[in-house]
Design a protein around this ligand. Structure first.
Ligand SMILES: *Cc1c(COP(=O)(O)O)cnc(C)c1O
Length: 493
């Protein structure tokens, strides 16, 4: 299934160099006296060099932006199997609700009496997330998962301070997302790595040796980034709690167990939820997102302000709370992302959310079953919503994970996550998510199998991919270091 290759699209300014005068918009006939700029503006404000504005018609503008959109790959186009990222379809109803003027045109400084609906929405979403995680408190302020991590770790630090303790270390498994050690460091702790056992889960013996009264928290991703459930989670939480530490749960993988298990019962003290992953709000290109945090009883007093409270008169914002860590984000967070998430949660309902997770897990296992053998599985434990292969079968023919990813573009698919988690060398981390049709997953597996075949029969073809995209293989280091984001007429030649 190959998609149409689209030629590259010139900039407006480059088209303009043809110097054929066209017009984008017809202004109504002038019905006031005409003035020249020099009659109304001081000379220093009048532009002298020609700004090289392009002369193009409205249709050319539409076609230009449409073609640009076709150069891109998007979740609305097909499978986007980026592991850990949970790239799922964003139902159009989310957008419709977020565009309602009562939400979209709100001003954050409006009096509380005028924003009761918005406050209720925040309150309802907090209630939903508390129910989904089995935890008694929530804040919706953080702007992303990583920001949620920081919020959670700062609450843990505050709780330790309230006990008169100052611990220095945060433990992070070697399979963790890079944001975990970054968060620990940013919050003033030393991140210390715990090794994984042979089955890819936390090595309980190592945890037992490392967990002492210098350790503030264990940051744990459940299921972990290999897609494997931490089957000893209860022992892990007991061990950490019995030595005075906290469990920070990275909830980026919540998509695999909504309605099936409660992090609150697993012993989590704080957990972020990437609304833009599990609950479908648009995702990619750097945002916006939202990373609400749910907390256990122990951290309740430290939730950020403002907090939404409900009483007989309606909803109100509590701004002052002595034990709070303070404010983590302007106003109440990325509000319109919250609107989309609640729309998604309410449109699916409890049953729908449960089957969302069931289907996500089923699809990941379908991929695992079809590709196992053609691609190597380092950790052959049962997977939940994602599966991590590596390129060790293909490297025998000098074909690496990056070549496989680039070749997938020729087959019309977005590549999976690569080279993460770090404990799998040459990783290809595939997360189909539940929202695509089964045929698309089968087509993706067919493409992966065809590439595995090509890696043996014609490795050069894979190594030199992509062949059918508007841009071939780019020098990624140079592209990142020598960003060129402007165009000036001097570049024209
Ligand atoms: C995505 C992700 C994060 C970070 O979340 P952002 O919303 O991108 O900041 C943290 N941990 C894991 C496991 C993730 O997949």
């Amino acid at each position: 299934m190959k998609r149409r290759a689209i030629r590259s699209e010139p900039l407006f300014f480059e088209r303009n160099s043809r110097r054929v005068r066209r017009q984008g918009y017809l202004l109504p006939v002038l019905d006031v006296p005409e003035v020249t700029p020099s009659e109304v503006l001081p000379p220093e404000l009048i532009r002298k060099p020609d700004p090289h504005f392009p002369d193009i018609s409205e249709m050319e503008v539409v076609q230009h932006f449409h073609r640009l959109s076709q150069l891109n790959y998007a979740v609305d186009e097909g499978l986007y199997p980026l592991g850990s990222c949970t790239m799922k379809y964003n139902p159009r109803i989310n957008e419709e609700i977020a565009r309602l003027p009562g939400f979209a045109s709100l001003h954050p400084l409006q009096p509380q009496s005028q924003i009761q609906g918005a406050l209720r929405l925040i309150w309802e979403l907090e209630e939903s997330l508390k129910a989904i995680t089995g935890m008694p408190g929530a804040t919706l302020q953080p702007a992303a998962g990583a920001h949620g991590e920081l919020t959670g770790i700062l609450m843990i630090r505050k709780a330790l301070e309230a006990r008169g303790e100052k611990r220095e270390i945060v433990l992070v498994p070697d399979s963790a997302h890079g944001t975990n050690p970054a968060t620990a460091t940013f919050a003033g702790y030393r991140a210390q790595e715990i090794p994984s056992a042979d089955d890819g889960t936390v090595d309980l013996g190592a945890l037992d040796r490392m967990m002492d009264d210098t350790v503030a928290a264990l940051m744990l991703t459940v299921p972990n980034t290999l897609g494997i459930f931490e089957h000893q989670i209860l022992e892990i939480a007991d061990l950490v709690h019995s030595r005075g530490g906290f469990i920070y749960m990275d909830g980026a993988n919540l998509n695999s167990f909504v309605g099936r298990a409660l992090p609150g019962l697993m012993g989590a003290d704080a957990m972020h939820i990437n609304l833009h992953k599990t609950f479908s709000t648009p995702h990619g290109g750097g945002g916006p997102g939202a990373g609400p945090v749910t907390v256990s009883e122990a951290l309740l007093p430290h939730l950020p302000v403002p907090k939404v409270q409900r009483d007989d008169n309606g909803f109100e914002l509590l701004w002052k709370d002595p034990a709070s860590i303070g404010q983590m984000r302007g106003f109440y967070g990325n509000f319109l992302i919250l609107v989309r998430a609640l729309t998604y949660i309410w449109s699916l309902g409890a049953e729908g959310l449960r089957s969302m997770s069931d289907v996500a897990v089923l699809y990941a296992n379908l991929v695992r079953h079809r590709l196992n053998g053609a691609y190597h599985l380092k950790f052959d434990a049962p997977s939940l919503h994602e599966v991590v292969f590596d390129d060790s079968i293909q490297t025998r023919h000098e074909v690496h994970n990056v070549d496989i990813a680039k070749r997938l573009l020729d087959y019309g698919f977005h590549p999976p996550t690569m080279s993460f988690p770090l404990i799998v060398h040459g990783a290809l981390m595939i997360e189909p998510a539940e929202s695509v049709a089964p045929d698309e997953i089968e087509a993706f597996c067919d493409a992966m199998l065809a590439i595995a075949e090509e890696a043996e029969s014609d490795p050069g073809l894979v190594r030199s991919a992509p062949h059918d995209t508007p841009v071939g293989r780019v020098d990624e280091v140079r592209a990142a270091r020598n960003l060129k984001v402007t165009w000036t007429p001097d570049d024209e030649g």
